[in-house]
Design a protein around this ligand. Sequence first.
Ligand SMILES: Nc1ncnc2c1ncn2[C@@H]1O[C@H](COP(=O)(O)OP(=O)(O)OP(=O)(O)O)[C@@H](O)[C@H]1O
Ligand SMILES: [Mg+2]
Length: 359
Amino acid sequence: MTAPIISLKDIDVTFTPKGKTIHAVQDVSIDVQKGDIYGIVGYSGAGKSTLVRTVNLLQEPTSGSVTINGETFFSKTNDGAATKIKGKELKEKRRKIGMIFQHFNLLNERTVEENVLFALENNKEKEKIKKEKVAELLELVDLSDRAKQYPSQLSGGQKQRVAIARALANDPEILISDEATSALDPKTTRQILDLLKKLNKQYGLTVLLITHEMEAVKAIADKVAVMQNGRVLEKGSTLDIFTKPQAELTKEFIATATNQDQAIQAITDSETVKNLPAGQTFAELKYTGNSTNEPLITSLYEQFGVVANILYGNIEVLQGTEVGSLLVILSSEKDNLDDALAFLASQNVTVNILKGAQA
Ligand SMILES: Nc1ncnc2c1ncn2[C@@H]1O[C@H](COP(=O)(O)OP(=O)(O)OP(=O)(O)O)[C@@H](O)[C@H]1O
Ligand SMILES: [Mg+2]
């Protein structure tokens, strides 16, 4: 594996307002590969913003190291020995890391065009060249027709697209998106996420996607870290985290992103399941990849005489892989059911028995 574009090692950030100690980030290590969309998810106060602000040293870690593209931006051990980039060098490096935020942070008294141009104020190119660059960027975010308008004349989604154009003005390799879709409706959120994905695909832009919505992670992230109380509870590929979540908090986030819990609840409360006859089993079958439901259900009957009545089915595609979930009522002789469950396990289907045999 190539060296990560972002490597955060053993990051601690401690604040001491009025002598009180707040461990905003504790012992966090994250490696982000070039071209990744890396999600960082957690509730308010988890430490997400503080952590990502260490990437461009808007926040200095209390200890730990920040390495970008193999270059040490910051390193400080617990005994205090430190190295860090600063001054002009830091400013230049920062320009290669774009940022977008929940509240867009546009200059209201400047036009769309001027907002983007502002990001190029340190650029020594001629004005004409810079204006061409701005026009290109506005084209990229599909706002060419709004160049002369002011932020107040734009929708939230359009404002965020101006912010994205501005963040890309200095050709960054990394874009940090800190709750960039939190103030937007679901449809606009999707448009912004799709735009980030497009930039990632077309330009290999590495994206750090900070969010409290697992839905956003599910939509575009390759990897995800789940944060709580300043710590990373778990991290991994989006597919692994969604299909095999370990931490309770992760399960909670996933449930809200998939509405799965609501479906299970509604069906569990239904008359069919409430009045489940003896000998029948209400279960959730989960699978990843090629084991599609139909052959599976057919095999259950043909090989084991187990009839599966499907009450609910959901298939999602995560990172190009199918993730399926079925709520079924299984009816059979008890012995056959055990064999059938063993068969399902051998096919990498996870079975959760919700009611009935062995529940
Ligand atoms: N400059 C600061 N001084 C003191 N405490 C701070 C400072 N910045 C952040 N904190 C505290 O650090 C903790 C983590 O805050 P942070 O803003 O990183 O969380 P977050 O996950 O980004 O939350 P949100 O989802 O609300 O943006 C919080 O308890 C916060 O109050
Ligand atoms: Mg935050």
